[in-house]
Write a protein that binds this ligand. Structure first.
Ligand code: ADP
Length: 218
């Protein structure tokens, strides 16, 4: 079923969320206080309107409470971001996702009932740093302080061996979730599947185990 989304604040983060949702075929209402931002987004949203996300009447008249998800992507102006989130929750929006600027912003957002708080710069910074420290790490997703999913490039060291021969779970405590071979993704690898040089292994595990596997095993 098509979901209805609204994005408030069309800076770099908000506009990319908006464009991607629209590209995925969803209804998106794009809102910004700045008319240039709104006109830039007309091609990438179902509707785009100039409105102040901190103005209760404007939010009400846009029928904001009927949207399944509202993303608050008001950047630097923490006060406006907080006020907008508060109003959205008071108006009964079920899912309010908010971009936080820093830890204090996050704490306030938690208190006023934001349903999900995201830190795009911080998360991307971590992923880029992981990529920089090892050329084998293609991507990195933090699941919790202890567990992650990494995409690792298979080198000659493990090429032409099957998963059962490599026995990664017993040796390193990590689990291979999938194997990317070019455009194809094998999401249910079998013990007899053979790894080729250049394959990308999607691996889940404890950070220490993943680190050991990355430096010794792959
Ligand atoms: P980013 O870091 O994602 O680029 P910006 O701070 O550049 O974030 O962008 C935030 C956007 O939020 C801007 O386009 C700005 O006009 C918009 N904005 C700021 N305050 C409000 C508000 N009260 N209501 C709606 N949009 C707002």
């Amino acid at each position: 079923m098509k979901k209805q989304f609204s994005v408030i604040g069309l800076g770099r983060f908000g506009s990319s969320v908006c464009k991607e949702l629209y590209k995925l075929g969803h209804e998106v209402l794009a809102i910004d206080i700045n008319d240039d931002k709104v006109s830039e987004m007309t091609r990438y949203a179902t509707h785009s309107v100039i409105a102040d996300g901190t103005d209760e009447k404007s939010l009400q008249s846009l029928g904001i409470r009927n949207f399944d998800y509202v993303v608050v992507a008001i950047g630097d102006n923490i006060q406006s971001s907080i006020l907008c989130t508060l109003l959205l929750k008071e108006l009964g929006v079920k899912n309010v996702w908010v971009k936080a600027q820093n830890e204090y912003h996050q704490r306030v957002l938690e208190k006023i009932g934001a349903d999900r708080i995201v830190h795009p710069e911080q998360d991307m910074g971590i992923r880029i740093a992981q990529h920089l420290v090892s050329e084998k790490i293609v991507d990195y997703i933090e699941l919790s302080p202890d567990y992650s999913i990494v995409e690792l490039l298979a080198t000659e060291k493990i090429a032409n061996q099957t998963l059962v021969e490599l026995d990664i779970r017993a040796k390193y405590g990590c689990t291979i979730l999938g194997i990317k071979q070019g455009e194809d993704i094998n999401i249910a690898p079998k013990p007899t599947d053979e790894i080729k040089k250049g394959d990308i292994l999607i691996v889940i595990g404890h950070k220490n185990d993943l680190k050991r596997f990355e430096s010794e095993g792959v």
